[in-house]
Design a protein around this ligand. Structure first.
Ligand SMILES: [Zn+2]
Length: 294
């Protein structure tokens, strides 16, 4: 039974959609509660927001593995904030909050995406339900083989959680379509939790198409580590479309086309995500999978 839900926004300070959705819901809290559970909101990184940055010192959404939370020597702004949030919503391992919905946006052309970081019948049913109610949503499973305590995401504080990831939208920008998709998907997630709690989940499709993270790949770099290339124009904006062996991935600044050299087709996500320029990541590679509902 899920009794306490937290909707979190602004984990990344320049992803404005979640921050303004929280303001909307805080003005009318009843729209995000349901009869069988309470919902609260949390603005995760207001300091980064006030500086119009993703984070001040460390990416807050990488600060929540158990080891980091217990390490008192970690004292950056985000490491301290992570401990505060863990005290507010957790503590991780024995959390007050049963389910976290963490709202994110991406500069990549991913459309509305539901990121799932755990396995199990609950998530397969949730994925099927969201796909049925909102067919444009992409289901993406991200390191769902890992135990919750090993995840470093904010959402891993609670035993169950998802991330809502919608794009494309530039950093520090609000787009109506992205705002609306984030809002509608969150309502469907809350509706599913209510149906699950009431043992009233309707008949769902037997299977759901989804993607699973394989690995991240980097942009071409020079020997000194400096960037030497960009996403190839044929791949730009083609998130969740097939990348075949031999297909262009990058164009280097000296004009060389770098192709995908894997043995079988993969799919890309977070293609040319602006936030990944910090460490020269180019995209995530995914495989296509089928989730069985029952
Ligand atoms: Zn984010």
């Amino acid at each position: 039974m899920i009794k306490q839900v937290a909707v979190v926004g602004g984990t990344h300070g320049n992803e404005f959609t979640g921050i303004y959705l929280l303001k909307k819901w805080e003005a009318e809290p009843k729209v995000i509660t349901r009869p069988s559970f309470n919902t609260e909101t949390l603005f995760a990184n207001p300091q980064a927001f006030s500086q119009n940055k993703r984070y001040v010192e460390h990416d807050l959404n990488r600060c929540f593995d158990q080891r980091h939370l217990e390490d008192d020597s970690l004292t950056s702004i985000e490491q301290v904030r992570a401990k505060e949030i863990n005290a507010l919503l957790g503590p991780k391992g024995q959390p007050r909050i049963d389910f976290i919905i963490d709202l994110h946006t991406t500069t990549s052309n991913m459309g509305p995406t539901l990121l799932i970081t755990q396995k199990g019948a609950f998530y397969n049913q949730l994925a099927a339900y969201i796909s049925m109610e909102m067919p444009e949503v992409i289901i993406s499973c991200d390191e769902d083989h890992k135990a919750n305590e090993d995840h470093h995401f904010l959402s891993s504080i609670s035993k169950n959680s998802v991330m809502v990831e919608v794009g494309p939208v530039p950093q520090s920008v609000i787009r109506h379509d992205v705002f609306e998709a984030s809002e509608v998907m969150t309502h469907h997630i809350l509706d599913f939790i209510e149906l699950y709690n009431q043992d009233a989940v309707p008949a769902l499709p037997e299977t759901t198409d989804a993607y699973r993270f394989i690995k991240s790949i980097s942009l071409p770099v020079n020997d000194d580590g400096s960037r030497n290339g960009m996403i190839h124009k044929d791949l730009q904006d083609k998130d969740f479309t097939e990348i075949k062996p031999g297909q262009p991935l990058f164009l280097t600044f000296d004009g060389e086309v770098v192709t995908y050299e894997g043995e079988k087709s993969v799919y890309g996500s977070f293609i040319n995500e602006a936030a990944y320029y910090d460490n020269n990541l180019a995209m995530s590679l995914l495989e296509k999978i089928t989730l069985k509902t029952y």
